[in-house]
Ligand binder design. Structure first.
Ligand code: RIB
Length: 292
């Protein structure tokens, strides 16, 4: 069983062919409200692949909150550890431009995920084979989860996004950390090749369409990605993390788990929305076989 502790957002996505400069108004081409949030996305990615998944988080007692809970239920994710609070549900405004995205998150209810709420959900969390964290919830809560999981010997996969909330003292306490190239640079102030070497089998740097890399203690390992027809890259990193969690809890080696996660992420970008393209296990197996 995997437990994801993190954000649950409604994504407000706007597509445009022209990126506005300061003070300019431009026309967009599409608009949609779709379920997102790094925590929810990673939970959906793992659950869609077949993991028994819990999510611990908060949504607002509003229309978006109800809709997001229903969405998680649809993927058979255990939401008994999601609390409805008085703050409005977290939202993310996503600007889609030139096959890439720019995101502004307003945490709302996600900011209400306190240490006390972790204690209230502990009976569920402590049964996990792996706990998955990101940084769209309060930093103090992340620190508290890390301490409690360490005491209980539960491994942690930490996706350090947004990187501004990462604390270097966590490095000794997590099993895996998965920054992208810019997050890696921001956190460690060093080229990613050096960082992975410093933290063998722990730091896995995602490199977009190129794949992901790590160091196995003896050599730098580049795990290539798979070609895809890109529609929307939102949630590709979350799919990578959810799929990595799935593979690691199904006893894959780190290299195989990264290969699997790359493949899942390459499929996820072929449909619209953070969760829209997340693949099932069958879809990943087919893609893996096609490119053998
Ligand atoms: O990683 C993509 C996610 O980041 C979006 O779904 C958005 O909600 C933000 O949390």
């Amino acid at each position: 069983m995997i437990t994801v502790i993190g954000s649950i957002n409604m994504d407000i996505a706007v597509s445009t062919e022209q990126f506005p400069v300061q003070g300019e108004t431009v026309f967009g081409t599409d608009f949609a409200t779709i379920p997102g949030g790094k925590g929810a996305n990673q939970a959906v990615a793992a659950a869609k692949l077949g993991s028994n998944t819990n999510i611990v988080g908060c949504v607002g007692n509003d229309a978006f909150g109800g809709e997001l809970l229903k969405n998680l239920d649809k993927y058979q994710i255990n939401t008994s550890t999601v609390q409805m609070v008085s703050n409005s549900t977290g939202i993310a405004t996503i600007l889609l431009y030139e096959q890439d995205n720019r995101i502004i998150v307003v945490p709302g209810a996600n900011a209400a995920l306190t240490k006390e709420k972790i204690d209230e959900s502990w009976a569920t969390i402590e049964q996990s084979k792996l706990v998955v964290l990101q940084l769209e919830i309060p930093k103090e809560t992340v620190a508290y989860v890390i301490e409690r999981c360490n005491e209980a010997n539960i491994p942690i996969l930490l996706n350090p996004a947004p990187a501004t909330h990462f604390m270097l003292e966590w490095m000794d306490k997590v099993s895996y950390i998965t920054p992208n190239e810019s997050e890696c640079e921001q956190i460690f102030q060093e080229p990613f090749e050096k960082v992975v070497e410093k933290y063998p089998n722990k730091v896995i740097v995602t490199l977009g369409s190129k794949g992901a890399c790590y160091h196995d203690g003896e050599r730098f390992v580049m795990v290539n990605s798979y070609q895809s027809e890109v529609i929307d890259t939102t949630g590709a990193g979350d799919t990578f993390n959810g799929a990595l969690a799935y593979a690691l809890t199904n006893d894959a080696s780190l290299e195989k788990a990264i290969q699997f996660a790359n493949c899942a992420a390459s499929l996820s970008v072929e449909s619209f929305g953070a969760q829209g393209g997340m693949p099932t296990i069958t879809e990943v197996i087919i893609r893996l076989q096609q490119v053998k």
